[in-house]
Write a protein that binds this ligand. Structure first.
Ligand SMILES: *Cc1c(COP(=O)(O)O)cnc(C)c1O
Length: 392
C-alpha cells in the first residue's frame, strides 16, 4: 500500500529521543513530571456541566446538528465580541462555530489555497497553520520571529514575489509558544499590508482570555476596515477549561466565513447540539470563571519565572497565554539537548523550542497547566538542580 504524499509528508516526530528518555526514566521508577502540555488541568466549571447534562436529555439534541451551528450560538458569539471587543458582527454572515478552532484552522486553506499558492506562517508557530496549507496543496513561507522584535514578524521584509503568491498571512497574538502579545499598531500595519497585497489575514486569538497583570488583548477586528481582509479564530478551550468539549469559532469577513461554512457542510455536521447549549451558557454568563483561572495561572507563572531564573534562563514574564518561553543560558544552543539533560537529572520534562520551528532553537517552553502540587514538586527539583545538588 502506498500512502498519499500529504500523509508521507507529515513531519516525523522530532523528539523521539525525549519520549524514549521519558519511557526509560519511568521504567526505572522515576516520577516523571511533564511541563510540556498546554491543556488546562482545572475541570470545566460545574455550572456548565449542569447545562450540558440537562441539554443531553432533550431528544432534539440527539439528532444531526447543522454545520453552521444553532442561530442562538452564533448570536451569543456576536454578543461576546460586542461586549469584549466592541466589534459588531452579523451572526448570520460573519460567524461560524467550529468543532474546536483547530478544525477551522486546518480547513481554512481549502477555501483560499490553490496548488502553488503560499501561506505565510511564523517561525516558531502552532504547527496546524503549516499542515493545513500542505493538505490543500499549497506552500508555506516562514517569517522568522525574533526576540528583539518582540516576536512580531517583519512584514516590510517580505519579498515582493512572495507577497504576490501569498493568499493567507497567519498571525497569533497572544502567541503560542512565545507568550508574546502585540499592540493595535501592529495589527493596523498587518491590515494595511494585507490590503496592499490582496492577502487574507487569519488571526488566531485562542489565548484572548488567558491574561495576567490586567492585560487586555486586542481582536484584530477592532482595527477599522480589518473585516475586509480578515478572519479571526477564537475558542472556548482555554478561556473556560473546555478543551475536551471542542467549541471554537471563526468570525470576520463574510465571503471567507461563507466559504469555510460550505467546506464544513461537506465534511462535518457541526458541534453536538447539547455542547452548543453549554457554549451559549459559557458565553452569556462567564461569571468569574476566567478571572479565577487566570489567578491560578498567574501565581504559577510567578513561581516558574523565579525558578527558571535560578537556572540561568532569561525571560520576560508573559502577559498572556499558558506558556513561559525562556532563553537558554549562554553557551547552551540546543534546546533538545537542554531538555534531555533536565529529564536525565530531574525527571522534569520541558518542550524544546525547536519543536515549534527552527527559530525556536535556543529556547524552551513551559506550560502553566500543571496541578499546583505537581508543579511545586517539579520546581523544587529544578531549584535543587540549579544549586548543583543531586536530584534523582
Ligand atoms: C490551543 C490552541 C488552539 C485551539 O484549540 P481548540 O481547542 O481547537 O479550540 C488554537 N491555536 C493555538 C495557538 C492554540 O494553542
Amino acid at each position: 500500500m502506498e500512502l498519499a504524499q500529504r500523509v508521507q509528508q507529515l513531519p516525523p516526530y522530532l523528539f523521539a529521543r525525549i519520549s524514549e528518555m521519558i519511557a526509560e526514566k519511568r521504567a526505572a521508577g522515576v516520577d516523571v513530571i511533564s511541563l510540556g502540555i498546554g491543556d488546562p488541568d482545572v475541570p470545566t466549571p460545574s455550572y456548565l456541566i449542569e447545562v450540558l447534562k440537562a441539554a443531553a436529555d432533550k431528544p432534539a439534541n440527539h439528532r444531526y446538528p447543522e454545520s453552521d451551528g444553532l442561530p442562538e450560538l452564533r448570536q451569543a458569539i456576536a454578543r461576546w465580541y460586542q461586549t469584549r471587543h466592541g466589534v459588531t458582527l452579523d451572526p448570520n454572515k460573519e460567524v461560524v462555530p467550529l468543532i474546536g478552532s483547530k478544525e477551522g484552522i486546518g480547513h481554512l486553506p481549502l477555501c483560499l489555497i490553490n496548488p502553488g499558492d503560499v501561506s505565510l506562517i511564523t517561525d516558531p508557530g502552532y504547527p496546524v497553520y503549516e499542515i493545513g496549507t500542505m493538505f490543500a496543496g499549497g506552500e508555506t513561507v516562514k517569517l522568522p520571529l525574533r526576540e528583539e522584535d518582540g516576536w512580531l514578524p517583519r512584514l516590510d521584509e517580505i519579498p515582493a514575489d512572495v507577497a504576490r503568491r501569498a493568499k493567507i498571512l497567519w498571525l497569533n497574538y497572544p502567541n503560542n509558544p512565545t507568550g508574546a502579545v502585540c499592540d493595535r499598531a501592529f495589527f493596523e500595519q498587518a491590515v494595511a499590508w494585507a490590503k496592499a497585497n490582496d492577502v487574507v489575514i487569519a488571526h488566531d486569538l485562542a489565548y484572548a482570555d488567558v491574561v495576567y497583570d490586567g492585560y487586555a488583548p486586542t481582536s484584530i477586528l477592532e482595527v477599522p476596515g480589518a473585516i475586509d481582509v480578515t478572519i479571526e479564530f477564537n475558542s472556548l478551550s482555554k478561556a473556560f477549561n473546555m478543551t475536551g468539549w471542542r467549541v471554537g469559532m471563526a468570525v470576520g469577513n463574510a465571503t471567507v466565513i461563507n466559504a469555510l461554512t460550505r467546506v464544513k457542510t461537506n465534511l462535518d455536521s457541526g458541534i453536538p447540539q447539547a455542547i452548543q447549549e453549554m457554549a451559549i451558557a459559557a458565553l452569556d454568563d462567564p461569571r468569574d470563571t476566567m478571572a479565577v483561572h487566570n489567578a491560578i495561572y498567574e501565581r504559577r507563572r510567578d513561581r516558574v519565572v523565579e525558578v527558571l531564573r535560578e537556572l540561568g534562563l532569561r525571560l520576560d514574564p508573559p502577559k498572556a497565554s499558558l506558556y513561559v518561553w525562556a532563553r537558554l543560558p549562554e553557551g547552551q544552543r540546543s534546546s533538545a539537548e537542554f531538555a534531555a539533560g533536565l529529564i536525565d537529572a530531574t525527571g522534569v520534562v520541558v518542550t524544546p523550542g525547536m519543536s515549534y520551528g527552527q527559530a525556536g532553537e535556543g529556547y524552551i517552553r513551559i506550560s502553566l497547566t500543571v496541578p499546583d502540587d505537581r508543579l511545586e514538586e517539579a520546581l523544587k527539583r529544578l531549584s535543587a538542580y540549579a544549586r548543583g545538588e543531586k536530584v534523582l
